[in-house]
Design a protein around this ligand. Sequence first.
Ligand SMILES: Nc1ncnc2c1ncn2[C@@H]1O[C@H](COP(=O)(O)OP(=O)(O)OP(=O)(O)O)[C@@H](O)[C@H]1O
Length: 321
Amino acid sequence: MSKAPLHIDGRFGLENILGSGSYAIVYCTQNFLNDDIIAIKLEPVTNNPPSLKHKHCTLKQLEGGVGIPHVLWFGRELTHYALALDLLGRPLHDLFLTCNQKFRLQTVVNLGDQLLSHLGYIHSHGYVHGNVKPENAMIDILEKTVYIIDFGITKRYWNSSTASHIPFHRGRHLTGTPAFASINNHLGLEPGHRGSLESLAYILIYFLHGSLPWLNSDHEKLSGSFILECKVGTAIADLCEGITPAFANILVYSHTLSFSEDPDYDYLHYLLHDLRTAGPAPAMHSLDFDYLIPPSQNPELSESVPTCLLKATPLHRSTHV
Ligand SMILES: Nc1ncnc2c1ncn2[C@@H]1O[C@H](COP(=O)(O)OP(=O)(O)OP(=O)(O)O)[C@@H](O)[C@H]1O
């Protein structure tokens, strides 16, 4: 990759690298004009095919949705295209690994509920994300908000002026990451919204079980054909053994949808909400990674401190009247 410029648009100063994908490097960046800390994605203009322009256009179309990264600026600086975005929280998959590769049901329900809403929003704007996987989710731990990232292969599937589906180019190629791709996507069929739901179901099951039958410790390196064979050969009952049936139901539901059928998102939310009320009453909104919130910013902790203690006179002060 050609050397990245140090400053972008005369106002953004690149600092440390936050992460990278196959096309771009993402930098933590300071806006010198207002001191805001943001994220900037840099891609060499020589990349073929270029990805950042497409990502920018898609994000602008989806602008304003909860869980959709907010674009601050897009432009070219010397040898690179740059996309300035709000700085999002932490990569969800990293947190999953930090939590010994298991999330509790309550956390999974919360994440599932949010991701389902985001997919519904993307779908309602005529798009299919195409690469739904844990590595493409970020979480703001404080706000407990999940964001979907990486719109590199997001496609428009619905033409609102003709009110018709836009056909995808068919072929035996996988558009998303094999581990979480839908079976139809493996087979080179359209990456439709039912595929996104199937991917979501795999993600939630993965979070609950800690793995999936077709994964090993470095699942990015497994071949698509091996994963497909294992996915097809694993019965849903076996995949979901030991976990509440709602997740199997989401998977079955995604398999029964036809390409042109709109998913019933309310029904899917209902399946998850049912779980939320079924278990033992947990602390409000407590998620597995809440321990990472600094105590001073954790409302649950400050709520649990008795008010008398908060009002108490500090011991080192003189108490004479
Ligand atoms: N807005 C953001 N705020 C903080 N970190 C981010 C942000 N966007 C991306 N990242 C970090 O950078 C990493 C790479 O981002 P991303 O996957 O979008 O890169 P990409 O090259 O555009 O993707 P791909 O190669 O998969 O198309 C992410 O995994 C995440 O850790």
